[in-house]
Design a protein around this ligand. Structure first.
Ligand code: PRP
Length: 223
């Protein structure tokens, strides 16, 4: 066992970025490369979880989107790149959200089977966004039963598990392929940069310089 004490990330001079896997990773990598933060291995192919970059002071952690706010809130990562959907659903406030990267754009919406006739007083809604869904329908005074799922929400109304879904839509192809129609748009979504509150103070110069670089290149780094 290594006897050397672990040094908390927030006390190091280097910057650690937590990056959400999937669509955000795919769209953020060209931007990071343009900003001089190219990973040394390809996170889309490698099974590694920590990647050094072309900048010796910056490393990237790759993880599930829902874990990015947690790593940043606890200071295991100084910054995170994650979708606004994940942030709206996250129950915590240990970070700032200073930059909209304008990538991985999509929207959150309510969908139902085409031609649906509903009679029930209480809507059954399948979603992985339980908090957003609860708040959205509470404001409208609509009674709901929320059924928490972890993927492929579109399946639920097709087999009678739910009346409607709350999910992300990008091209609309998944809805269309499954005979669903959007009936209400909840909000626009894009990838945001979040920053640990302590790192914002202790590494202010490095953090703001990195944010400025990402901001400067965010329109030009698209795949
Ligand atoms: C997302 C979302 C939809 C789909 C929408 O799922 O949940 O299912 O993309 O995209 P479209 O409008 O372009 O068809 P994703 O593929 O990210 O996987 P997930 O179900 O694991 O979230």
């Amino acid at each position: 066992m290594d006897a050397a004490p672990l040094q908390p990330e927030a006390t190091r001079g280097n910057l650690t970025i937590a990056l959400a896997k999937g669509r955000i990773l795919k769209e953020a990598l060209p931007l990071l490369r343009t900003a001089g933060i190219a990973p040394q291995d390809d996170p889309g192919r490698s099974r590694k979880l920590i990647f050094g970059t072309a900048r010796p002071d910056v490393r990237i952690l790759v993880m599930r989107a829902t874990d990015v706010p947690t790593y940043v809130e606890y200071g295991a990562a100084d910054l995170g790149i994650v979708g606004k959907d994940t942030l709206l659903e996250y129950d915590g406030d240990g970070f700032y959200e200073p930059l909209d990267l304008g990538i991985a754009r999509c929207h959150l919406m309510v969908a139902a089977p085409a031609g649906q006739q509903l009679t029930a007083a209480r809507l059954r809604i399948a979603t992985k966004y339980a908090g957003i869904t609860r708040r959205h329908f509470a404001v409208q005074g609509v009674q709901t039963e929320i059924i928490k799922l972890y993927g492929s929400m579109e399946l639920a109304p097709l087999v009678g598990l739910a009346d409607r879904i709350v999910d992300l839509v990008d091209t609309g192809n998944t809805l269309k392929a499954n005979g669903l129609v959007e009936i209400e748009r909840i909000c626009e979504i894009s990838a945001r940069v979040i920053v640990n509150k302590a790192a914002w103070k202790t590494k202010h110069q490095a953090v703001t310089a990195l944010l400025a670089e990402l901001d400067r290149h965010k329109g030009s780094g698209r795949a």
